[in-house]
Structures are given as C-alpha cells and as structure tokens.
Design a protein around this ligand. Structure first.
Ligand code: NAI
Ligand SMILES: C[C@@H](CO)CCC[C@@H](C)[C@H]1CC[C@H]2[C@@H]3[C@H](O)CC4=CC(=O)CC[C@]4(C)[C@H]3CC[C@]12C
Length: 339
C-alpha cells in the first residue's frame, strides 16, 4: 500500500521475525525495499532498524486468543516490543509513530456488554482478563503517553493508535480454516452464534490505507492527531461473525445450517470450557489450541460494532476499497488459497 500510494516514499524497511518471500517481488520497483529479519523484543535490533526513518508504523504483534503462546510471551512481544519501538524512535530521532492497536483494547468486555455502533468517545467498561487484549491495551497506553516526548535532536514525538475491528481479506487464516472445515462437513457449517449479534469487521486493504494516510498526515496535522486513537472502519456490513463469513464462504459453495444456533449457549460454553481444560491437561504433552474457548465464544457472542467518522474528520479518510471490491477480493483469495 505504501509503495502504491505514497509518491514521496524513498525507502521502505520491513522489520519482521519472519520475512515472507513476496517481499522479494517488491524489490523490483524504483523505491528501495529493505527487509530486516529481527525481533521487536530485542531493543538493539529495533533501534538499528528504526535509525534514520522518518516514520515508523508498528504493526508487529503476537495475535493469540487461543492459548498458543504463554501470557509472558504475549506481554514480551506486544508490550515490551512496543516500548522498544518507542525508545528506538526517541534514541534515533524518528518523530512519527503509528501504532496498530485493536478494538480489543475497548472490548467486548468480560461482562458481555454490547458495544453497539459506538465511536471513540462512547463510554464502555473496558475490563480485560485475557492476555492479548490486556497487552494491546497496555501497549496502546505506552504509545499515547509517549506523544510529546523529546526525541534525539529535541523535537517532540508524535504518536497515534489505530484500532481495527476484526480484520478480513486476503491472508485471513481463520476464514480459510472455516472454509476447509465446511468442506469436510459436506459443504456445510452449523450456526453457533445468534444472527442478531453484530460483530465489527474491516477489510485489510482499508486498514492498510488508513495506516498510510495517518503516516502521511501526522506531520502536517501533529497538533490535531498527536496522542489520538482512531477506530479502523469501512463500509463492511454489520452482521454476526458467522453471517459475515458467509458473504465469502457462500459464493465458495458453503451454506450455514440453521436460522438459530444449533446448540444452546450453555452447552457451547461447556464445550469451550472443556477445550480449555483439555488444553491445560495436555500442555505438557502437546499444544491443543482449538478456535473454541470461553474467551473466543464470549467475543463472538457479544455485539461489538463501530460507527464513527473521526478518521474522516481528522485526516480525510475514506475507504479505498468499496464493500463490493473487498468482498470480491476476499472470495477470490479463499477460492485460490486452497488449490
Ligand atoms: N487480525 C485481526 O483481526 C486484528 C489484528 N490487529 C493487530 O494488527 C496487527 C497485525 O495483526 P495480524 O496481521 O492479524 O497478525 P499476523 O500474525 O498476521 O501479523 C503479525 C506480524 O508480526 C510479526 N511478529 C510477531 N512477533 C514478532 C516479533 N517478536 N518481532 C518481530 N515481528 C514479530 C509476525 O511475524 C507477523 O508478520 C497486530 O498488531 C494485531 O494486534 C488489530 C485488530 C484486529
Ligand atoms: C464460536 C465459534 C463458532 O463458529 C466462532 C469462533 C470465532 C472466533 C475464532 C473469532 C470471533 C471473533 C474473533 C476476534 C475478533 O474479530 C476481534 C479480534 C481482534 C484482534 O485484535 C485479534 C483477533 C480477534 C481477537 C479475533 C480472533 C478470532 C475471533 C475470536
């Protein structure tokens, strides 16, 4: 997105624990693309990568709500890693920092209270028990508190945080898992979540586009945007998690069975709790980390949708991809990803 949309870009450094092979293809254009294999938990590696950069987009993170990683590891990558990025900016004189936060820093909370088409100012009890949202909330706080800190050379750091809702699009592994599961079940999926529960989703291309715009506008609009949070949104429809997935899986030949959940909520919660127990029991022997656990069930079962125009007001954001484009691109990816 940066290469396509930012004409003033001179160099793009990609710092990641795992470098993808597609990065090589990006090296053929006029902009210098520098892949750097590194770990955000290693302060010296981060500082070396950041040195001389005009703007840092910090999107690396450990996304785990399934119990694959330990809470300590999640904290180390998401919180300590973010602190390292901030310190690297301060030490090396980089003034603009964009952080990929998450809707999860707000909710859904452990009480299952709905957040219905809320915006950045909507009051909501953000109570976290799970390591992932806890770590994202802590990291976001660090980023916002760092706004205004003096960087090397004496000028102030300008930071802001973007909070995507559930991201979908090309590369969405869970979508592919549901597709494969549906194929195994005779081209069917069984409804587990009531259709009335709305879940916020945003297309990956629009998430990227919003990051590019923020990176571009942070300097001229530092006064307004510094220390701010913005939900990442687009025109994707408000639907339940499963009904939304069917927008893509339907055209790929799957159908969702049932107008109401096949199993009652208490039974699903029992199964989710059993999964958590099994995970704990099996941990010394193997990693058992299914999609269904008490936390994921609670998120999927709680309405959380965003309706805001803050990004449009502050830096002129309009989605780059329409809902129709986002849908088509995602369907094509699902179809192609399993061949
Ligand atoms: N997937 C979603 O629905 C949402 C994701 N987010 C946030 O967006 C960001 C990207 O998430 P996804 O693309 O979904 O996840 P992902 O797992 O596909 O991407 C995360 C990237 O961070 C890298 N990474 C992990 N640990 C690292 C380390 N120690 N050092 C350097 N790089 C490391 C990974 O190699 C990977 O390339 C994360 O910060 C996540 O919290 C926010 C809202 C929703
Ligand atoms: C009960 C199951 C029946 O089919 C459905 C389980 C679906 C879950 C795996 C997903 C439901 C909601 C998702 C999360 C949500 O989109 C918010 C997120 C934000 C992030 O920053 C990271 C990812 C995630 C936690 C996302 C993960 C997958 C779900 C829990």
């Amino acid at each position: 997105m940066l290469l396509e949309q930012e004409p003033r870009l001179r160099e793009l450094r990609v710092f990641d624990l795992h470098l993808s092979s597609w990065l090589e293809e990006l090296k053929t254009g006029p902009v210098q693309v520098t892949p750097i294999q590194g770990d955000v938990t290693q302060a010296h590696q981060v500082a070396a990568a950041v040195s001389g950069a005009h703007v840092v987009i910090h999107t690396a993170g450990l996304v785990d709500v399934f119990g694959r990683a330990s809470p300590e590891t999640i904290y180390k990558v998401n919180v300590q890693g973010t602190q390292n990025v901030i310190e690297a900016c301060v030490q090396t004189g980089t003034r603009f920092l964009v952080y990929t936060s998450s809707m999860e820093v707000v909710g859904p909370n452990v009480k299952g209270q709905p957040f219905y088409r809320g915006n950045e100012d909507t009051p909501y009890e953000a109570l976290h028990k799970h390591p992932y949202p806890q770590s994202k909330a802590q990291a976001e706080r660090l980023v916002l508190q760092a706004n205004g800190r003096k960087v090397q050379g004496g000028l102030p750091l300008v930071t802001c945080a973007l909070r995507p809702t559930g991201i979908y699009g090309e590369g969405h592994q869970i979508m592919r898992d549901f597709y494969l599961q549906g194929l195994r079940l005779g081209s069917r999926l069984f409804r587990a979540i009531p259709a009335s529960v709305e879940h916020g989703r945003v297309y990956v291309g629009n998430v990227a586009w919003m990051h590019v715009l923020v990176a571009r506008e942070l300097e001229p609009r530092a006064e307004l945007m510094g220390g701010q949070v913005y939900f990442c949104y687009d025109k994707s429809p408000y639907k339940s998690y499963e009904d939304f997935n069917m927008e893509f899986l339907g055209p790929c030949g799957l159908r969702l069975v049932g107008t109401r959940p096949l199993l009652p909520y208490w039974l699903l919660m029992l199964l989710a709790t059993l999964n958590a127990l099994l995970q704990w029991l099996l941990r010394p022997l193997l990693l058992y980390a299914p999609l269904l656990n008490p936390y994921t069930l609670a998120i999927a079962n709680t309405t959380f949708t965003v309706s805001t125009n803050k990004a449009q007001r502050h830096f002129g954001y309009e989605p780059l991809f329409s809902w129709e484009d986002s849908r088509t691109r995602t369907i094509l990816w699902v179809q192609g990803s399993t061949q």
